[in-house]
Design a protein around this ligand. Structure first.
Ligand SMILES: Nc1ncnc2c1ncn2[C@@H]1O[C@H](COP(=O)(O)OP(=O)(O)OP(=O)(O)O)[C@@H](O)[C@H]1O
Ligand SMILES: [Mg+2]
Length: 323
C-alpha cells in the first residue's frame, strides 16, 4: 500500500531496445552483405530513457509497462532498475515479444529507424492502478503517437491525474502518421515539451513565433527543443532561450527525453522556467557524450559541474534546488 505522494513521477510507456548500427549503414538489397563499424544493443524507448534520466536526477519514478518474457525484456528491466526506476509493477507477458528499433547511424549525424512495436502496442491504461494518481506528484506522457494501445485513454489518464492533484507534462515526439491529432489532450496539460519540428506540426504554424503563440493558447508552459540551437521556454508573456552546453557529441539518441527529465527535476524542485531549461540542456548535452540513450545520463553533481564550467552565473541558484 502506497502512502500519499511516495513518488515524484508516474510514467506509463514502452520498454524496448535500440540496436545501434554505425558506419556504412545504407542497406543494399540483392543479398549484399556489408561490414559496419559497430553494432550495439542499448536500452531504448522514449518513456524509458526519460524515466531513467529522471531517476538518475534523484526523482522517485514509478514506471508502468509490459514486456515479453525474453532477452530484450530482461535487459530493459535490468537497465531501469540500475537507473533507480521502480519497475516492480511492470507486467511480463510470455505471449509478447519486447519491442525493438534498429537505428542506422550515418557518419553525417543523420539516422534512419526501423521499429517492431511488439509489446509497445500492448501498453494500455489497464497497466495503471488508479490509486497511483494519489501516490505520485507528476504524470509524464511520452510518445502518444507510438503508444497506440494507450493513446485513446490518454485524455482520461491525464484527467484522472489532474483530478487527483497531479501535474502533467507531455513530450509528443514524432507522429509517424503525421496526423498530429491530440483531441482533448491539451486541456489536462501543464507542460508541453516538443522539439521545434513537432511544435510546428502540432500547431500547424511553420514559423516558430507563431507556433509558440498558437500553442500557448492551449498549454500554460512550453519547453521547445531546438537541437544544436538550444532550447526555448515560454509561459504567458515570458520567453527564454538557452544555448546548448558545448560537449563532444557522440550520439543524439534520447537527448530529447533526457532533456525532459532534467527539466522536470528542476521544475518539480521548485525551479523557475529558466532554471529548468538550463538543467534540461545540461542533462541533454551530457547524455550525448556517450552512445545509447541510457548512457551518459547525469546525476545532479555531474549536471551542476557542466553548468558551473560553462555558465557559472547560474550554478548557485540551481545548486540550491538540489534535494
Ligand atoms: N550539439 C549539441 N550539443 C549540446 N547539446 C545539444 C546539441 N544538440 C542538442 N542539444 C540539446 O539537446 C536538447 C534536445 O535535443 P533535440 O532538439 O534533438 O530534441 P528531440 O528532437 O526531442 O530529441 P529526440 O530525438 O531525443 O527526441 C536540445 O534542446 C539541446 O539542449
Ligand atoms: Mg523528442
Amino acid at each position: 500500500m502506497m502512502s500519499r505522494r511516495d513518488y515524484d513521477l508516474l510514467v506509463v510507456g514502452e520498454l524496448n531496445v535500440d540496436i545501434l548500427v554505425k558506419g556504412d549503414v545504407e542497406p543494399v538489397f540483392g543479398q549484399v552483405e556489408k561490414l559496419v563499424d559497430s553494432l550495439q544493443v542499448c536500452g531504448g524507448g522514449s518513456a524509458a530513457i526519460f524515466a531513467a534520466g529522471a531517476a538518475r536526477m534523484g526523482l522517485q519514478v514509478l514506471f508502468a509497462s509490459i514486456v515479453g518474457d525474453d532477452l530484450f525484456g530482461r535487459l530493459m528491466l535490468d537497465l531501469m532498475r540500475s537507473a533507480g526506476v521502480d519497475v516492480s509493477h511492470v507486467v511480463v507477458e510470455p505471449a509478447l515479444a519486447t519491442g525493438a528499433t534498429i537505428h542506422l547511424l550515418r557518419e553525417d549525424g543523420d539516422r534512419a529507424m526501423l521499429t517492431d512495436l511488439g509489446s509497445i502496442a500492448h501498453v494500455t491504461l489497464d497497466l495503471v492502478d488508479p490509486d497511483w494518481y494519489y501516490a505520485v506528484r507528476h504524470l509524464h506522457v511520452a510518445s502518444p503517437f507510438l503508444l497506440q494501445g494507450l493513446y485513446p485513454s490518454m485524455p482520461d489518464m491525464m484527467r484522472s491525474a489532474k483530478r487527483a492533484g497531479m501535474t502533467v507534462s507531455m513530450d509528443t515526439n514524432w507522429d509517424p502518421t503525421e496526423g498530429w491529432h491530440l483531441p482533448e489532450f491539451y486541456e489536462h496539460m501543464d507542460i508541453l515539451m516538443p522539439n521545434e519540428n513537432e511544435l510546428a506540426a502540432l500547431s500547424g504554424q511553420p514559423e516558430l513565433g507563431a507556433a509558440i503563440d498558437a500553442m500557448l493558447e492551449r498549454v500554460p508552459i512550453l519547453a521547445v527543443k531546438r537541437g544544436a540551437d538550444g532550447a526555448l521556454g515560454a509561459q504567458g508573456s515570458a520567453q527564454i532561450e538557452t544555448p546548448v552546453y558545448a560537449v563532444d557529441v557522440q550520439d543524439t539518441t534520447g537527448a530529447g527525453d533526457t532533456f525532459d527529465a532534467g527539466f522536470l527535476a528542476a521544475w518539480l524542485a521548485g525551479g523557475t522556467l529558466h532554471q529548468s531549461l538550463l538543467l534540461a540542456s545540461a542533462c541533454a548535452a551530457l547524455t550525448m557524450t556517450q552512445v545509447g540513450g541510457f548512457n551518459g545520463q547525469p546525476g545532479w553533481e555531474e549536471a551542476l559541474a557542466l553548468i558551473e564550467s560553462q555558465t557559472p552565473e547560474h550554478a548557485l541558484g540551481l545548486r540550491a534546488l538540489q534535494g
